[in-house]
Design a protein around this ligand. Structure first.
Ligand code: CAA
Length: 261
């Protein structure tokens, strides 16, 4: 049997956190169709697993992922990619995951690697991380959301400069631009990411999923529609026993025990 292209684990600690690791180290975790299919299957399974509240995706020290697999794509024709709906099929499973996805990025996050990280809800980067959309340097353009998510994250000027030159951006620059939530020393990356994941995983799952859904709505609606959606979702939390437990625990000066309902 061939090696799995991703490794999936539901961690014992922190509780309710799953870890997906890209597993093509020889090609800097270049993303191909098989990997995308495995990732889609894992994300679908973990999203419906009640023992999982948060999913962390990572690579290795040298690369989160250096982009879509150039060797696989090089000779494809227009008809092949169009007819097979390349990228739209399998690669965008992260878009429909309702639980928080955290990208733990060390080393290269280029092209599709940077774009996959941007599909996640939070990017935490090692101080060695390098981001970029180098597609222009190989005669193509970002095709996994880079031209759309990057300007939303860092603004038009920076997105244009990064995508038109294809230059690599350091973790520090990515953080200053708003792409990355936090930069941490490389040797502490997984500790920091898992601490963050554990903190989120300990909250009420429906409240967590509502935060994700309402923040994502900010990118799809007018301010007025978004505020209305947020207010309705806020009101809906009063139907949860976790809201009663959370507020009661605060008043009684104790830790809440959420039942995720
Ligand atoms: N696809 C396929 N193979 C890749 C790859 C990719 N995206 N990135 C690296 N590799 C392979 C290399 O071919 C090399 O394989 P061999 O050992 O068999 O030669 C191996 O990984 C190690 O890479 P390098 O020897 O190049 O390592 P380096 O340290 O010298 O350079 C790098 C690292 C700067 C990241 C360089 O590998 C690189 O530029 N990679 C390509 C980055 C890129 O252009 N990504 C965009 C891809 S297109 C895309 O993603 C489209 C989209 O939007 C969906």
């Amino acid at each position: 049997m061939s090696e799995p292209l991703i490794l999936v684990e539901v961690l014992a600690q922190p509780a309710k956190v799953a870890l997906i690791r890209f597993n093509r180290p020889k090609v800097l975790n270049a993303l191909n169709d098989q990997l995308a299919k495995e990732l889609e299957a894992a994300l679908t399974t973990l999203d419906s697993d009640p023992n999982v509240h948060v999913i962390v995706v990572t690579g290795n020290e040298k690369a989160f992922a250096a982009g879509a697999d150039i060797a696989a794509m090089a000779d494809w024709s227009y008809a092949t990619v169009f007819n097979q709906n390349y990228i739209s099929k399998h690669w965008e499973a992260a878009k429909s995951v309702r639980k928080p996805l955290i990208a733990a990025v060390s080393g290269y996050a280029l092209g599709g690697g940077c774009e996959f990280a941007m599909m996640c809800d939070i990017i935490i980067a090692a101080d060695t991380a390098k981001f970029g959309q180098p597609e222009i340097t190989i005669g193509t353009i970002p095709g996994m959301g880079g031209t759309q998510r990057l300007p939303r994250a860092v603004g038009k000027a920076k997105a244009m400069e990064w995508c038109l030159t294809g230059r690599m951006v350091t973790a520090q620059e990515a953080e200053a631009a708003g792409l990355v939530a936090r930069v941490v020393p490389a040797e502490k990356l997984m500790d920091e990411v898992l601490a963050t994941a554990g903190k989120i995983a300990a909250q009420s799952l429906p409240a967590v999923m509502k935060v994700k859904e309402t923040i994502n709505a900010a990118f799809e609606t007018t301010l007025d529609q978004g505020l209305k959606f947020e207010r309705r979702e806020f009101h809906s939390t009063f139907a949860l026993s976790d809201q009663k437990e959370g507020m009661r625990a605060f008043i009684e000066k104790r830790k809440p025990e959420f039942k995720n309902q």
